[in-house]
Ligand binder design. Structure first.
Ligand code: ZN
Length: 143
């Protein structure tokens, strides 16, 4: 698999990571943050674009808002699904009411919408609430 660029969830530094070495914790060279932290990362327009464009690993972006019932109903399922993916797929969430630029850029009209990116390009999207199993299966296809 060689090396892949992984954007640090904590400081957005781009790390070149040796993917075929089996290490439990891969630290960011700048802030020592855990690059394999699987928890969904709350992003802004700026950090979201950086993750989409700079990461070699696949990205999921959950466009949600706190006033959207199905979005909040999916909250725990999205987190539970993310736990299985470590540094294989980065799970992001963006509050599309507070941060509207990325949503606009990708023509997101309804919430929740989840878009999958690989190599900076959209590869798939789904609108509406998904179960944990559906989310996991979806993410697995990106690995
Ligand atoms: Zn960092």
């Amino acid at each position: 698999m060689g090396t892949k660029n992984v954007v640090c969830p904590e400081c957005s530094n781009v790390n070149s990571v040796q993917m075929d070495v089996k290490t439990h914790i891969v630290e960011c060279s700048q802030c020592q943050g855990d690059l394999s932290d699987p928890f969904p990362l709350e992003v802004t327009d700026n950090s979201c674009m950086k993750h989409i464009t700079e990461n070699d690993i696949a990205i999921l972006v959950d466009f949600y808002s706190t006033t959207c019932g199905p979005c909040m109903a999916m909250y725990d399922d999205y987190e539970d699904a993310a736990l299985g993916f470590g540094m294989k797929v980065r799970f992001l969430k963006i509050d599309a009411e507070k941060h509207q630029l990325v949503a606009k850029e990708y023509g997101v009209t309804g919430l929740p919408t989840i878009i999958a990116f690989k190599g900076g390009k959209e590869v798939n999207r789904v609108s509406g609430q998904l179960s944990q199993v559906q989310l996991s299966m979806w993410a697995e296809r990106l690995v």
